[in-house]
Design a protein around this ligand. Structure first.
Ligand SMILES: *Cc1c(COP(=O)(O)O)cnc(C)c1O
Length: 217
Protein backbone atom coordinates (compact mmCIF):
# COMPACT_ATOMS: atom_id res chain seq x y z
CA UNK A 1 0.00 0.00 0.00
CA UNK A 2 1.04 3.59 -0.47
CA UNK A 3 2.55 5.75 -3.17
CA UNK A 4 6.15 4.56 -2.91
CA UNK A 5 5.15 0.93 -3.11
CA UNK A 6 2.95 1.54 -6.15
CA UNK A 7 5.69 3.54 -7.88
CA UNK A 8 8.09 0.65 -7.33
CA UNK A 9 5.58 -1.83 -8.72
CA UNK A 10 4.94 0.38 -11.76
CA UNK A 11 8.69 0.62 -12.42
CA UNK A 12 9.08 -3.16 -12.06
CA UNK A 13 6.17 -3.78 -14.44
CA UNK A 14 7.68 -1.37 -16.99
CA UNK A 15 10.98 -3.24 -16.85
CA UNK A 16 9.33 -6.66 -16.97
CA UNK A 17 7.40 -5.77 -20.12
CA UNK A 18 10.33 -4.09 -21.86
CA UNK A 19 8.87 -0.62 -21.54
CA UNK A 20 11.01 2.46 -20.93
CA UNK A 21 11.27 3.63 -17.32
CA UNK A 22 8.75 6.37 -16.59
CA UNK A 23 6.76 5.64 -19.74
CA UNK A 24 3.55 4.93 -17.82
CA UNK A 25 1.69 7.85 -16.25
CA UNK A 26 0.43 7.01 -12.76
CA UNK A 27 -2.86 8.81 -12.13
CA UNK A 28 -3.54 8.85 -8.38
CA UNK A 29 -7.33 8.62 -8.10
CA UNK A 30 -8.24 10.84 -5.16
CA UNK A 31 -12.05 10.79 -5.36
CA UNK A 32 -13.80 10.63 -1.99
CA UNK A 33 -10.48 10.37 -0.12
CA UNK A 34 -9.90 12.37 3.07
CA UNK A 35 -8.02 15.59 2.33
CA UNK A 36 -5.06 14.70 4.55
CA UNK A 37 -4.38 11.53 2.57
CA UNK A 38 -4.32 13.49 -0.69
CA UNK A 39 -2.09 16.20 0.82
CA UNK A 40 0.36 13.54 1.95
CA UNK A 41 0.68 12.32 -1.64
CA UNK A 42 1.06 15.92 -2.87
CA UNK A 43 3.73 16.50 -0.24
CA UNK A 44 5.50 13.36 -1.43
CA UNK A 45 5.85 15.12 -4.79
CA UNK A 46 3.19 13.37 -6.84
CA UNK A 47 1.38 15.71 -9.23
CA UNK A 48 -0.97 13.66 -11.43
CA UNK A 49 -4.42 13.02 -9.98
CA UNK A 50 -7.76 11.67 -11.13
CA UNK A 51 -11.23 12.70 -10.01
CA UNK A 52 -14.71 11.37 -10.86
CA UNK A 53 -17.00 14.23 -9.91
CA UNK A 54 -16.71 17.79 -11.23
CA UNK A 55 -18.25 19.34 -8.14
CA UNK A 56 -16.01 17.47 -5.72
CA UNK A 57 -12.92 18.32 -7.74
CA UNK A 58 -13.92 22.00 -7.98
CA UNK A 59 -14.16 22.12 -4.21
CA UNK A 60 -10.69 20.74 -3.55
CA UNK A 61 -8.27 21.43 -6.35
CA UNK A 62 -8.20 25.23 -6.85
CA UNK A 63 -6.69 25.62 -3.37
CA UNK A 64 -4.20 22.76 -3.80
CA UNK A 65 -3.20 24.17 -7.18
CA UNK A 66 -2.18 27.46 -5.60
CA UNK A 67 -0.07 25.59 -3.05
CA UNK A 68 1.42 22.84 -5.21
CA UNK A 69 2.84 23.79 -8.61
CA UNK A 70 2.19 21.84 -11.80
CA UNK A 71 -0.70 19.68 -10.70
CA UNK A 72 -2.20 17.73 -13.62
CA UNK A 73 -5.84 16.77 -13.17
CA UNK A 74 -7.62 13.98 -15.06
CA UNK A 75 -11.40 13.58 -15.25
CA UNK A 76 -12.16 9.85 -15.12
CA UNK A 77 -15.86 9.87 -14.18
CA UNK A 78 -18.99 10.22 -16.32
CA UNK A 79 -19.27 13.78 -17.61
CA UNK A 80 -22.69 15.40 -17.83
CA UNK A 81 -22.89 17.99 -20.56
CA UNK A 82 -24.19 20.62 -18.12
CA UNK A 83 -20.88 20.25 -16.21
CA UNK A 84 -18.74 20.58 -19.32
CA UNK A 85 -17.72 24.20 -18.77
CA UNK A 86 -16.50 23.82 -15.19
CA UNK A 87 -14.85 20.55 -16.22
CA UNK A 88 -12.90 22.36 -18.95
CA UNK A 89 -11.81 24.99 -16.42
CA UNK A 90 -10.46 22.30 -14.08
CA UNK A 91 -9.18 19.32 -16.00
CA UNK A 92 -6.11 18.79 -18.17
CA UNK A 93 -7.48 15.51 -19.50
CA UNK A 94 -10.88 13.87 -19.96
CA UNK A 95 -10.92 10.07 -20.08
CA UNK A 96 -14.67 9.69 -20.47
CA UNK A 97 -15.56 10.95 -23.93
CA UNK A 98 -18.32 8.37 -24.24
CA UNK A 99 -21.08 9.61 -26.55
CA UNK A 100 -21.71 11.69 -29.68
CA UNK A 101 -23.63 14.45 -27.87
CA UNK A 102 -20.66 15.06 -25.57
CA UNK A 103 -18.26 15.08 -28.51
CA UNK A 104 -20.39 17.70 -30.26
CA UNK A 105 -20.51 19.99 -27.23
CA UNK A 106 -16.81 19.49 -26.58
CA UNK A 107 -15.97 20.35 -30.17
CA UNK A 108 -17.86 23.65 -29.88
CA UNK A 109 -16.16 24.56 -26.60
CA UNK A 110 -12.73 23.67 -27.92
CA UNK A 111 -13.29 25.93 -30.94
CA UNK A 112 -14.40 28.79 -28.72
CA UNK A 113 -11.61 28.37 -26.19
CA UNK A 114 -8.88 27.58 -28.69
CA UNK A 115 -7.50 24.90 -26.42
CA UNK A 116 -8.25 21.36 -25.70
CA UNK A 117 -7.67 18.94 -22.85
CA UNK A 118 -6.18 15.54 -23.63
CA UNK A 119 -9.12 13.38 -24.70
CA UNK A 120 -9.63 9.64 -24.28
CA UNK A 121 -12.61 7.85 -25.78
CA UNK A 122 -14.17 5.48 -23.25
CA UNK A 123 -14.89 2.10 -24.83
CA UNK A 124 -17.33 -0.29 -23.18
CA UNK A 125 -15.21 -3.34 -24.00
CA UNK A 126 -17.52 -5.70 -22.12
CA UNK A 127 -20.64 -4.25 -23.80
CA UNK A 128 -22.17 -3.99 -20.32
CA UNK A 129 -25.62 -2.34 -20.49
CA UNK A 130 -25.14 -0.41 -17.22
CA UNK A 131 -21.74 0.95 -18.20
CA UNK A 132 -20.94 4.09 -20.16
CA UNK A 133 -18.78 4.03 -23.24
CA UNK A 134 -18.80 3.47 -26.96
CA UNK A 135 -19.41 -0.15 -27.97
CA UNK A 136 -16.34 -1.79 -29.54
CA UNK A 137 -18.15 -2.20 -32.87
CA UNK A 138 -18.92 1.53 -32.95
CA UNK A 139 -15.48 2.72 -31.86
CA UNK A 140 -13.90 3.27 -35.29
CA UNK A 141 -16.86 5.32 -36.48
CA UNK A 142 -16.91 7.37 -33.27
CA UNK A 143 -13.19 8.14 -33.52
CA UNK A 144 -13.73 9.27 -37.11
CA UNK A 145 -16.69 11.38 -36.05
CA UNK A 146 -14.61 13.11 -33.34
CA UNK A 147 -11.83 13.81 -35.79
CA UNK A 148 -14.28 15.18 -38.34
CA UNK A 149 -15.20 17.73 -35.67
CA UNK A 150 -11.53 18.67 -35.24
CA UNK A 151 -11.21 17.00 -31.85
CA UNK A 152 -7.67 15.76 -31.26
CA UNK A 153 -7.77 12.41 -29.48
CA UNK A 154 -5.00 11.17 -27.18
CA UNK A 155 -6.25 7.63 -26.86
CA UNK A 156 -8.80 5.20 -25.48
CA UNK A 157 -9.94 4.23 -22.00
CA UNK A 158 -11.72 1.18 -20.61
CA UNK A 159 -13.06 -0.24 -17.36
CA UNK A 160 -13.26 -4.04 -17.78
CA UNK A 161 -16.19 -5.94 -16.23
CA UNK A 162 -15.50 -6.59 -12.55
CA UNK A 163 -16.04 -10.33 -12.71
CA UNK A 164 -13.82 -11.10 -15.69
CA UNK A 165 -10.16 -11.49 -16.57
CA UNK A 166 -9.26 -7.93 -17.64
CA UNK A 167 -6.51 -8.97 -20.07
CA UNK A 168 -8.76 -9.69 -23.10
CA UNK A 169 -10.36 -6.28 -22.53
CA UNK A 170 -6.97 -4.55 -22.40
CA UNK A 171 -6.02 -6.31 -25.65
CA UNK A 172 -9.28 -5.38 -27.33
CA UNK A 173 -8.71 -1.73 -26.38
CA UNK A 174 -5.15 -1.84 -27.69
CA UNK A 175 -6.34 -3.32 -31.00
CA UNK A 176 -8.91 -0.57 -31.48
CA UNK A 177 -6.27 2.06 -30.68
CA UNK A 178 -3.73 0.55 -33.07
CA UNK A 179 -6.04 0.41 -36.05
CA UNK A 180 -7.13 4.01 -35.40
CA UNK A 181 -3.62 5.40 -35.00
CA UNK A 182 -4.10 6.26 -31.33
CA UNK A 183 -1.19 5.96 -28.90
CA UNK A 184 -2.76 6.54 -25.48
CA UNK A 185 -4.21 3.64 -23.48
CA UNK A 186 -5.88 4.52 -20.17
CA UNK A 187 -6.37 1.13 -18.55
CA UNK A 188 -5.52 -0.60 -15.29
CA UNK A 189 -6.65 0.13 -11.73
CA UNK A 190 -5.51 -0.97 -8.26
CA UNK A 191 -6.24 -4.64 -8.85
CA UNK A 192 -4.82 -5.02 -12.35
CA UNK A 193 -2.42 -2.21 -13.27
CA UNK A 194 0.55 -4.53 -13.73
CA UNK A 195 -1.36 -6.62 -16.26
CA UNK A 196 -2.43 -3.40 -17.98
CA UNK A 197 1.18 -2.22 -18.23
CA UNK A 198 2.15 -5.56 -19.76
CA UNK A 199 -0.57 -4.98 -22.40
CA UNK A 200 0.62 -1.48 -23.24
CA UNK A 201 -1.16 0.91 -20.85
CA UNK A 202 0.20 4.46 -21.04
CA UNK A 203 -2.00 5.77 -18.21
CA UNK A 204 -3.03 3.75 -15.18
CA UNK A 205 -5.69 4.94 -12.74
CA UNK A 206 -4.88 3.80 -9.20
CA UNK A 207 -6.94 4.86 -6.19
CA UNK A 208 -7.33 2.58 -3.22
CA UNK A 209 -3.89 0.95 -3.55
CA UNK A 210 -2.33 4.39 -3.02
CA UNK A 211 -4.75 6.05 -0.60
CA UNK A 212 -6.48 3.13 1.12
CA UNK A 213 -10.10 2.06 0.81
CA UNK A 214 -12.70 4.70 -0.03
CA UNK A 215 -15.35 5.37 2.59
CA UNK A 216 -18.57 6.41 0.86
CA UNK A 217 -20.34 6.55 4.26
C1 LIG B 1 -12.41 4.93 -8.88
C2 LIG B 1 -11.82 4.66 -10.21
C3 LIG B 1 -10.51 4.16 -10.34
C4 LIG B 1 -9.65 3.77 -9.17
O1 LIG B 1 -10.09 2.57 -8.64
P1 LIG B 1 -9.21 1.75 -7.57
O2 LIG B 1 -9.75 0.37 -7.65
O3 LIG B 1 -9.42 2.40 -6.26
O4 LIG B 1 -7.80 1.83 -8.01
C5 LIG B 1 -10.01 4.00 -11.62
N1 LIG B 1 -10.74 4.30 -12.72
C6 LIG B 1 -12.01 4.76 -12.62
C7 LIG B 1 -12.77 5.07 -13.87
C8 LIG B 1 -12.59 4.95 -11.37
O5 LIG B 1 -13.85 5.39 -11.30
Amino acid sequence: MGLDDIKRRVAAAETASGRAAGEVTLIAVSKVQPLDRVEAVLNAGHRVFGENYVQEAAGKWPDWRTRFPKVELHMIGPLQTNKLNPALELFDAIHTLDRPSLAGKLARQVQMRGCCPQLFVQVNTGAEPQKAGILPDDADAFVAQCRAQDLTLSGLMCIPPEDQDPVPHFRALRDIALRNGLTGLSMGMSADFEAAIAEGATHIRVGSAIFGARDYG
